[in-house]
Design a protein around this ligand. Structure first.
Ligand SMILES: Cc1cc2nc3c(=O)[nH]c(=O)nc-3n(C[C@H](O)[C@H](O)[C@H](O)COP(=O)(O)OP(=O)(O)OC[C@H]3O[C@@H](n4cnc5c(N)ncnc54)[C@H](O)[C@@H]3O)c2cc1C
Length: 300
């Protein structure tokens, strides 16, 4: 065992070495992390970040892995996931709610609905964590998380301390934010008060719509590509004749053409080959460049 990994294991015994990351992504694809660790509280986080800085090892934070393609060679350095203390929801005075980065978005929306709080219902079908949703500015045509944010708590790897970032310092764009590269610990969101029965009804309608239009029971990471301005990428891929097209164990979903499914033990390279086939075909037939929405990490 290399010296740096021994030091991490000594300080955080739950750390796992050469841990396959496929089990931490909804694609069920991905090679091993040199070192994988789940952090249950601020103390463990501080320990890891101090060690990583001393040992000069990069740390990649992941949430539910629902927007991640981990390449087959895995990730060098440390991969970390927040749990425990970071999974809490706290209802503050009025219509504000504090959520830890590790809270799952559907769980958050449902808990708020039960308290008669709304404004976040369009997010209910997004399977990731609050942390991942903030970094990605996750959302749907009906609404994104960004406009709801009052403040974000983040950890600064340089000063090794937690800081608050207020809404006016945050930039949220289409599936992108200026939180990328920071360690997100949680946030406060501003919701609205509404009728509990109506909110629940809307939540169920959003869930129902997804069941009919998206292959949510397969291994995938949601939308593969961003919609080009004014266009729907699923329609473009379908128009280019690629619905159902496969490479190895990866295929363009027969239900929703912007989803790629791992239908038969796909490797990350199968997915990436299919991605580039889709990009080339759409470029040649429709003259449009498709930008990835999913994040690709790790080594080939
Ligand atoms: C069936 C399905 C449907 C989906 N539908 C939608 C949708 O409607 N709209 C939408 O926007 N997305 C959708 N997604 C994609 C995905 O759920 C979102 O992008 C989600 O916000 C990712 O959250 P995560 O916790 O899984 O993040 P991950 O996939 O684990 O990570 C995503 C990015 O965030 C970073 N990150 C995660 N947590 C932290 C943290 N605590 N600190 C710092 N960085 C962090 C990672 O490093 C990575 O860059 C869907 C996915 C699936 C599988």
């Amino acid at each position: 065992m290399s010296d740096w990994r021994k030091k991490i294991k000594d300080a955080l015994p739950a750390a796992k070495l050469d841990e396959p990351l496929a089990r931490y992504t909804t694609f069920r694809i991905g090679g091993p992390a040199d070192c994988f660790v789940e952090l249950k509280d601020a103390k463990e986080l501080a320990t890891l970040m101090r060690l990583a800085k001393d040992l000069k090892q990069p740390v990649l934070f992941i949430g539910f892995g629902s927007n991640l393609l981990v390449r087959d060679g895995g990730v060098r350095g440390i991969v970390a996931r927040l749990r425990g203390e970071f999974e809490g929801i706290e209802f503050l005075d009025g219509e504000r709610v504090r959520a830890g980065a590790a809270v799952r978005v559907p769980q958050f929306v449902t808990a708020c609905a039960e308290m008669g709080l709304c404004g976040d219902e369009p997010l209910v079908g997004i399977p990731g964590t609050i942390g991942g949703a903030l970094v990605m500015n996750a959302g749907t045509r009906e609404g994104e998380i960004g406009p709801l944010v009052v403040e974000v708590e983040a950890f600064d790897p340089e000063s090794l301390s937690a800081t608050k970032i207020m809404a006016k310092e945050l930039e949220f764009q289409y599936r992108r934010s200026n939180l990328e590269g920071r360690v997100v610990l949680g946030c406060v969101l501003q919701l609205k008060r509404g009728d509990k029965v109506d909110i629940m009804k809307r939540v169920q309608e959003y869930q129902q719509k997804r069941l009919q239009t998206q292959p949510i029971h397969t291994y995938n990471v949601g939308s593969t590509f961003k919609n080009p301005p004014g266009k729907f990428v699923a329609q473009l891929i379908e128009k280019a004749g690629l619905k159902g097209k496969s490479v190895g164990g990866a295929r363009v979903s027969p239900l929703h053409a912007n989803f790629i499914e791992n239908f038969a033990k796909a490797s990350a390279s199968d997915v990436l080959e299919l991605v580039s086939l889709v990009q080339k075909t759409v470029k040649n037939s429709l003259g449009l460049d498709l930008e990835l929405e999913m994040k690709v990490v790790g080594e080939p």
